[in-house]
Design a protein around this ligand. Structure first.
Ligand SMILES: *Cc1c(COP(=O)(O)O)cnc(C)c1O
Length: 378
């Protein structure tokens, strides 16, 4: 962290431009070495004020539907790929207007929309999402291959006679994983779907590649990309979300009050349920700069948010000194799956969005208030 937490609004998400550029440079080095294409999965990180920067390194965006497709089209202006578990009739034509690639989740969806794609004045590459029924994710909540999953076509349900107009296959079966998982997944995809890949132009390896993590094995990723390029002459796409913004952002918060009920408790101006919902959903324990594990340092606090939800608890953290109101806390790795998922439950305001710029230090990009709360209600 190279900014002063007392110099930014509280709470605020602070994304560090220099750290983001380091991630982007690593991703770009993979593009340069393999000629693959890497897209930002906007689901994980949609801070569009940095899309022009991201667009200098990556090939475009991937979108989960109309709104993300439009955002990526407007704000990055490079390739836009769109996949949705099911497209709606009403939105489809507008989705076409923004998209270069559309990935369908089923052959029924493909049949339903293919004439609209073919009749569209612009050429759009169409793909089918496959479910290779192989995943090393153990938690069902984020395992796209769990039993009865709605994501993608299994080999049994694949319809080889319906491939006219389909130029690629897409799979997404990983989450925060290293490239050895990818290599094993590629073997399964090859064994099951290789006969169809022969006639394709591209394959999309989805997201979940933790490429910017220090222990990530880049060479194994490169080998997987080269394998698909060499064996089937395919263009390879990757669409990481988390890896683009991994370890590039912080959430700065303030202690509002401390109290005691069996243990020291601190109430913060940030909330797990409103500002970092993955803490409760995944769940996980975010790191805080300077704090230890429970009981590791002199005083252990339980951190709770300002909402009325009893379970709005961020976790237990220990400190050398007792905390007092107005103390600043800096949560780590808060760029991805944070601002895209936050909400104003309980009338809690949204954190400001700050970019810690290389040139001039922290720059407040956006602050929120009553109007933002009110506008999504009626
Ligand atoms: C979520 C998702 C991604 C991005 O996943 P990360 O874990 O953020 O890399 C990419 N593609 C699809 C289809 C997704 O659902």
């Amino acid at each position: 962290m190279n900014f002063d937490p007392t110099a930014v609004p509280s709470p605020s998400y602070v994304v560090d431009e220099k750290l983001l550029i380091e991630n982007l440079e690593l991703l770009k080095s993979i593009i340069d070495r393999t000629n693959c294409k890497i897209l930002l999965a906007q689901k994980g990180f949609s801070m569009y004020s940095v899309y022009p920067l991201i667009g200098k390194y990556l090939n475009g965006v991937t979108s989960s539907g109309l709104l993300e497709a439009k955002l990526g089209f407007e704000e990055m202006g490079k390739e836009v790929h769109t996949y949705s578990p099911a497209f709606s009739d009403a939105e489809f034509d507008e989705i076409l207007s923004y998209s270069d690639h559309i990935v369908f989740n089923s052959f029924d969806q493909w049949r339903k929309f293919k004439d609209r794609v073919k009749g569209y004045p612009k050429k759009i590459e169409c793909g089918i999402r496959i479910n290779p029924e192989y995943s090393e994710i153990e938690v069902d909540l984020y395992n796209p291959c769990f039993a009865f999953s709605r994501f993608g076509v299994t080999l049994e349900n694949f319809e080889p006679d319906e491939l006219d107009g389909i130029s690629g296959l897409h799979f997404h079966t990983m989450c925060e994983q290293n490239s050895d998982t990818l290599a094993r997944t590629i073997e399964v995809v090859d064994a099951k779907f290789g006969k169809y890949l022969k006639d394709m132009k591209w394959i999309n390896f989805g997201g979940g590649h933790h490429i910017t993590r220090p222990d990530y094995k880049i060479e194994t990723l490169i080998e997987s990309i080269e394998f698909m390029k060499n064996k089937y002459d395919l263009d390879v796409y990757l669409e990481p979300g988390e890896a683009v913004a991994l370890n590039t952002g912080f959430l700065v918060a303030t202690v509002l009050d401390t109290m005691h009920n069996g243990m020291p408790i601190a109430i913060l101006d940030t909330s797990a349920s409103c500002h970092m919902p993955d803490v409760l959903e995944m769940p996980y324990r975010p790191e805080i700069v300077g704090a230890g594990l429970p009981n590791e340092k002199a005083v252990t606090y339980r951190f709770g948010g300002p909402t009325c939800l009893a379970g709005d608890v961020i976790g237990d953290y220990s400190f050398d000194e007792p905390l007092k109101p107005n103390d600043k806390l800096v949560f780590c790795d808060m760029a991805h799956y944070s601002m895209v998922k936050n909400n104003t439950f309980n009338g809690v305001n949204l954190p400001s969005i700050v970019l810690n710029t290389v040139e001039n230090g922290p720059k407040v990009i956006k602050e929120f208030g009553y109007e933002d709360f009110k506008e999504r209600l009626s």
